[in-house]
Ligand binder design. Structure first.
Ligand SMILES: [Zn+2]
Length: 258
């Protein structure tokens, strides 16, 4: 079940896929909606969830189209209960490119906030104590709030989240890539520790679990970068030994991103 995914359709050649666990989330949200108000509740809850994930797809398309603009292929966008992931065919190693590719995701969320605010205004009490009516306008406001939170949350400097990648790109402008990654990952761990403490204090246990997940994902990605840097160095050394100095331009191996 957890390694399984369902292919939906392609957008400009990018395969959109649902991870198996997504259906557990759908069932759980449907059940919550049923408890809340029968079939109307199910429609409201499931409709909100699908609209929310449509925005997650748009966020990932923001990353993907920017990457494709720089000639980096995108294999697929995988949707999981914790969010989306675009799988790139190569890692954008130029800091400026990584900066733009990463920024494009949250930028899509803030663009959606802007468009919805233009047509429906801001919800009462926005952003901290927003109120939502059970109307079409209330639904638009719910979506606006969700995109605002998605954009802000992704910009937290918690590597490998978007904010952490942006931080790494800025750092990589003035220090080696590996050290920039280590620094961004360390700052990310501190942010996650703070986030876990905050979430427990607010009794938001799902949020705490999410921060734990980000904590370990950041560490895993730093280790992957370190391994790749060492492999590359060894590879360059070998090429230089065989072909002489200067033969150190190699294609990077294909790799998952984000
Ligand atoms: Zn993103």
């Amino acid at each position: 079940m957890f390694g399984w995914s369902l292919n939906l359709f392609r957008i400009r050649g990018i395969q959109l896929a649902l991870h198996g666990s997504f259906f557990l989330l759908l069932a759980w949200i449907g059940y919550e909606g049923w408890q809340e108000g029968g079939w109307i509740g199910v429609m409201w809850f499931v409709g909100s969830l699908l609209a929310f994930f449509a925005c997650v797809v748009l966020h990932e398309l923001g990353h993907s189209f920017t990457a494709m603009h720089f000639g980096i292929g995108v294999r697929r966008i995988l949707l999981m209960p914790i969010g989306g992931m675009a799988e790139f065919e190569a890692i954008p190693r130029e800091p400026m490119r990584e900066f733009l590719i990463t920024l494009a995701g949250p930028a899509v969320n803030f663009a959606i906030v802007g468009v919805l605010a233009l047509f429906f205004g801001l919800p009462a009490g926005f952003p901290m104590e927003s109120e939502f009516l059970a109307t079409a306008e209330g639904f638009a406001h719910l979506l606006l709030q969700a995109n605002f939170i998605m954009g802000c949350f992704n910009l937290l400097p918690a590597f490998p989240m978007d904010g952490g990648r942006i931080l790494r790109a800025i750092l990589a402008n003035r220090m080696p890539y590996l050290r920039a990654t280590r620094t961004a990952a360390t700052i990310g761990k501190i942010v996650c520790a703070g986030g876990i403490a905050y979430a427990i204090w607010q009794s938001q246990f799902l949020l705490a679990v999410l921060f734990v997940f980000i904590f370990f994902a950041g560490d895993a990605e730093y280790r992957a970068v370190r391994r790749r840097e060492f492999d590359d160095a060894r590879w360059r050394e070998m090429l230089a030994r065989i072909y002489g100095p200067g033969a150190d331009t190699i294609d990077e191996p294909p790799m998952l991103s984000r």
